[in-house]
Design a protein. Structure first.
Length: 171
């Protein structure tokens, strides 16, 4: 008998708690108060402001240049640039200037990039990767690499020294 009394008491508590919520929902539904019954307000209008000032002289020049500019049909990759001959570095302090060899004796060096620092520095020369001490062309040894300045210094036959950098960078 105690079990039935407990069930009845629990059911009475649940009904007592849910009754006000259910009554409120019924009243809202019957009165239809809610967003659907709110009056509609007119849509806000947006005004677009007209420009108040004219272009400056520099802006007008830039606009006319941009209007005359045509995009090239083919855009070249910055990695595929023509090569320039390396410039020969001046000797440090020679006692007597050796006889200059013709420029044709300097082989063609194409430097694409220089990266890393110290002993781990590497450079892409003529399509291959080299480190300090390597010989990209027989007789021409890499003496130093400067990744910040993007320069490679090579020493060749007869004590010649040249400094090369990728095209587009100052030498």
């Amino acid at each position: 008998m105690k079990l039935r009394t407990r069930r009845r008491t629990s059911a009475a508590v649940v009904v007592a708690l849910l009754a006000p919520i259910l009554a409120f929902a019924v009243i809202l539904f019957v009165s239809q108060a809610g967003p659907a019954s709110a009056p509609a307000s007119p849509a806000p209008t947006v005004a677009i402001a007209e420009p108040t000032s004219t272009l400056t002289k520099e802006q007008a020049r830039a606009a006319s240049w941009l209007a005359s500019w045509t995009r090239p049909d083919r855009i070249e990759s910055p990695m595929l640039y023509p090569t320039r001959r390396p410039q020969e570095a001046a000797p440090e302090a020679p006692a007597e200037a050796p006889a200059a060899e013709p420029a044709a004796s300097i082989p063609e060096f194409v430097v694409k990039t220089v990266m890393g620092s110290g002993d781990r520095a590497m450079a892409s020369i003529n399509g291959k990767v080299y480190r300090v001490g390597d010989e990209p062309i027989p007789g021409w040894k890499i003496v130093s690499m400067d990744s910040k300045a993007k320069r490679v210094e090579l020493s060749g036959p007869g004590g010649r020294t040249i400094s090369i950098a990728p095209q587009g960078l100052p030498r």
